[in-house]
Design a protein around this ligand. Structure first.
Ligand code: NDP
Length: 485
């Protein structure tokens, strides 16, 4: 019998599901059991062509609609997404292995927020009037054209919406390629947009590995590429986009600092460290994986952290009591276990966890290392799993320098009750998305994105509009034209 997670077909193009079994089969594995629950097929060149040509053809008419009309469709899609939240959350759990306790509140719901927010903004996108004496200049905010979205596997619904909603609000069309690891959820986003009234071709989804993404990025009809992925992939995609002078948004990896001063509320700081390391089993780009704790509270902090981490409930992700799920794939589990071994070899102290969990599926125990030093591999490289490194520090000046000593710059957080210190420290941290006495909040109203190797451009908020549109400037002369001859 077909598993309920099996989609009707692999691709959604021009308003309908499309199959082409000539593509490479991609098995979809449920991370909690290792069972194959679905199969999709990578896009063949014919499918890539169909996706691009229909998206290209649909865009001009879509851009001619008023922003209010486009926005209405996006807001309707938000409503449908919310109505189906349970069903979509179950699918997200099958796709990623993340516990239903999380997916019910963080995935389709955050996708719906993006559809609603950008749907609301669509009608308000205007240009400027710039007086020049009796002449004037006016500006028009225009769509870029055909955009490509490429997603990572940790938030398949959210990423599909965070890219699709602002792109469509501005009058662009989009071809979205999810990660081959989590191909199911974006198809639902396309289906819902279509049901809400989006014209055929405006939001197409096709499957495939890196080479399908590469074919999309290289196509001369594509005007913009928005990628969520790792830094190495980001460098390749950015270079390929540059060859065609395309716009880019790069949402890449991080190794973000979370700084806890000794005057902080310990339980809040522990809560921030847990949210910033163990949500989605640590598979979050903005995680604060380098937790710098001022020496005066170190042991107290570690004791409370170990106690609360011990309350994590590992288990069946479909059971709403489960608060901690498996790694997305066996491969990702092995990568993370490799980092854990490296941490032990390099002399870090295991405070809790430190091994695979003794159960079926790709579960790793939430792991805390203490006595981590800046040069250790676990303090330098993005692990993308439930591994927290706790480092000690003495002074504010020292911790700022050490926090910034990384190629990454996605996020940063500070816990302190001294508000002038909080702002002073945040002001000096090289990161795009920061938190004071909190960690990992990502409301659609706030810009999200990184500096340094962590990315280019911003998602969410009004900033995203700038990255999915361009400004045309028009000079209007009222009098005669003076010329030299
Ligand atoms: P990858 O970089 O491996 O892949 C990202 C996407 O790019 C996938 O869909 C992948 O396809 C595709 N891809 C790979 N090679 C190419 C290429 N040459 N041209 C075009 N597309 C290509 O990332 P992961 O999926 O492993 O996700 C984890 C990474 O994503 C982490 O580094 C994490 O920090 C980052 N991330 C960043 C976020 C942010 O907003 N800053 C949010 C979430 C994650 P396929 O995998 O199917 O081969």
């Amino acid at each position: 019998m077909t598993h309920p997670a099996q989609p009707k077909a692999s691709h959604f193009i021009n308003g309908e599901y499309v199959e082409d079994t000539a593509g490479t089969p991609i098995p979809v594995i449920y991370a909690a059991t290792g069972e194959q629950i679905a199969t999709v097929y990578a896009a063949t060149p014919a499918i890539v062509e169909q996706a691009l040509s229909t998206a290209k053809a649909a865009q001009k008419e879509w851009a001619k609609m008023t922003g209010t009309e486009r926005g209405r469709i996006l807001r309707r899609a938000a409503d449908i997404t919310r109505e189906r939240n349970h069903e979509l959350s179950v699918l997200e759990t099958y796709d990623t292995g993340k516990p239903l306790q999380e997916t019910l509140v963080a995935d389709a719901t955050s996708g719906a927020d993006a559809l609603e927010y950008f749907g609301g903004l669509a009608g308000s996108l205007t240009g400027e009037h710039i007086p020049m004496g009796e002449d004037w200049v006016y500006t028009v905010r225009e769509a870029l054209g055909l955009c490509v979205g490429i997603g990572a596997w940790n938030y398949p619904t959210q990423i599909a919406c965070w890219k699709g909603a602002p792109a469509l609000a501005c009058g662009n069309s989009m071809v979205f390629k999810p990660s081959e690891t989590t191909p199911l959820c974006a198809l639902k986003v396309a289906e819902i947009l279509h049901e809400a009234g989006a014209p055929a071709g405006i939001y197409n989804v096709i499957q495939g590995m890196g080479e399908v993404g590469g074919a999309l990025v290289a196509d001369p009809r594509v005007d913009k590429v928005s990628l969520t992925g790792s830094v190495p992939t980001g460098k390749k995609v950015y270079a390929a986009a540059a060859a065609g002078m395309k716009h880019v948004t790069m949402e890449l990896g991080g190794k973000s600092p979370l700084i806890i001063f000794d005057d902080a509320d310990i339980d809040n700081a522990v809560g921030g460290a847990i949210n910033g390391n163990f949500y989605s089993s640590g598979q979050v780009c903005s995680n604060g994986t380098r937790v710098f704790v001022q020496k005066g509270i170190k042991e107290k902090f570690l004791a409370r952290l170990a106690e609360r981490t011990g309350n994590a409930i590992l288990g069946d992700p479909m059971d709403e009591a489960t608060s901690f799920g498996p790694m997305v794939t066996e491969n990702q589990m092995n990568i993370v276990l490799g980092y854990i071994e490296k941490g032990k070899e390099e002399g870090a102290r295991v405070v809790c966890g430190g091994a695979r969990a003794d159960m079926d599926g790709y579960y790793i125990q939430p792991t805390v290392f203490a006595d981590v030093t800046d040069d250790m591999t676990i303090a330098r490289e993005e692990i993308f799993g439930p591994v927290m490194s706790v480092l000690d520090f003495d002074t504010e000046e020292e911790v700022i320098a050490r926090a910034n000593d990384t190629e990454f710059g996605l996020s940063a957080g500070v816990f302190t009750n001294d508000f002038s210190r909080a702002h002073r420290v945040i002001g000096q941290l090289e990161a795009g998305s920061c938190f004071i006495n909190s960690y990992n909040d990502a409301p659609v109203e706030a810009p999200f994105g990184g500096v340094k190797a962590s990315g280019v451009g911003r998602e969410n908020s009004k900033e995203a509009i700038k990255h999915f549109s361009q400004v045309k400037s028009v000079y209007v002369r009222m009098g005669d034209v003076e010329a030299a001859f």
